[in-house]
Design a protein around this ligand. Structure first.
Ligand SMILES: *Cc1c(COP(=O)(O)O)cnc(C)c1O
Length: 369
């Protein structure tokens, strides 16, 4: 008999009876969306939890990215990474901005700051790095270059909910940081997202943009979009927030077990914690060196499937190899050797709150062969 299906991730739904009182509150308020009371409460609680001052909730992370670019009037070219989820680059495309891809650094797979300067042209207006798997980018180096060339920095922080550097939220870096609260993310409002900004004025600007650009009842300040989070989602978010610390500590335990069990397999590499960083263990990626390990990444991916274990090749294919980006000059694989190599070696192993030690042991035994 086959074992139970193990997916790469699985949402944890809190007990239904804990959600009902929130719904009752919504029914009593008779207020469903447009900055309702639960929305306001969630913004406050998230700001406190994350240790940031200004947060604007969104209906999803992609609209938050698109709006962040609008809020800073970004145009022309933006330097970014091909090793991310397509939404990073799609947000540029929807703003008619040309993405300029640079290579990643081999250790933590984030955009390599040493490659930024050579990619800057007279059209460059911003840098959009991604804290891939929640591992912080080299924030200081990126900021130094941005300051030197007067570029904005917008972080795609979709993987970085709760990540801290020396006790300070990494969401505080750059001009804006964007979160996703999609069901597959560590903290979820089913669908949702947020922009972290650094002034009351910028938060107001962003809040206007996500509500058609209305200021008051009759004035449109700028053409905005509809990207509002509703009260039911805000309620779900408030309930999830009660569980988040527990979720993170369970994920830490899972990560530690993977690290111990996988530590002596030649050709399999995983990422260790970064010094002075508070991690949240969103993903467990491994990098497979097929020269040393007995098979390549795709062969291992298929083999795991035979055991009902669904790992994920995240991120593969590389964005620069996908339509409509693959014809861009910066998409040339010769420009992106590390990213192209890693995209063929990367595999994210299952990690979710209800994953058992027996299941982890099974996954590792299949990898060990
Ligand atoms: C999930 C994700 C997004 C998109 O967020 P949605 O809320 O699904 O729109 C953007 N960037 C990265 C890196 C992501 O992982």
């Amino acid at each position: 008999m086959k074992n139970e299906v193990i997916h790469v991730t699985r949402p944890f739904l809190p007990p239904l009876e804990e959600f009902i009182p929130y719904l009752q509150q919504i029914w009593e308020n008779n207020w469903l969306t447009n900055n309702g009371p639960l929305h306001q409460q969630l913004e406050q609680e998230l700001a406190d939890y994350l240790g940031v001052k200004y947060i604007s909730l969104f209906s999803n992370g992609t609209l938050a990215l698109i709006t962040a670019l609008q809020a800073l009037s970004i145009s022309g070219e933006v330097i970014t990474t091909p090793f991310s989820f397509v939404a990073t680059t799609h947000s540029l495309w929807w703003n008619k901005i040309t993405p300029v891809f640079i290579d990643i650094e081999p250790e933590y797979l984030n955009l390599n700051p040493a490659k930024i300067e050579a990619a800057i042209t007279s059209k460059t207006t911003a840098i959009m790095p991604v804290h891939v798997y929640g591992n912080p980018c080299k924030i200081d180096e990126i900021q130094r270059i941005a300051d030197k060339y007067k570029l904005k920095v917008i972080y795609d922080a979709a993987h970085s909910f709760g990540v801290k550097n020396n006790g300070i939220s990494i969401l505080d870096s750059g001009d804006l940081s964007v979160l996703s609260f999609h069901a597959t993310k560590i903290y979820s409002t089913i669908e949702g997202g947020a922009i972290i900004s650094h002034s009351e004025e910028m938060k107001r600007h962003i809040d206007n943009l996500k509500n058609f650009g209305f200021r008051g009842e009759t004035v449109i300040e700028e053409p905005g979009i509809n990207a509002k989070l509703n009260e039911v989602q805000a309620a779900y978010g408030l309930l999830q927030l009660k569980y988040i610390d527990n979720f993170i500590s369970i994920r830490k335990t899972i990560t530690e077990r993977y690290r111990i069990l996988l530590s002596d397999i030649p050709g399999i590499r995983f990422m260790n914690d970064i010094e002075n960083t508070t991690h949240v263990f969103s993903y467990f990626p491994i990098v497979i060196d097929e020269q040393i390990y007995r098979m390549n990444r795709d062969e291992l991916y298929e083999k795991l499937k035979e055991y009902n274990i669904f790992s994920r090749r995240y991120f593969f294919p590389l964005i620069s190899n996908l339509y409509p980006y693959k014809t861009l000059p910066s998409s040339d694989p010769n420009n992106l050797p590390v990213a192209n190599k890693i995209a063929n070696q990367i595999l994210c192993l299952p990690i979710y709150v209800e994953l058992t030690f027996e299941q982890i042991d099974l996954i590792v035994s299949v990898i060990k062969g």
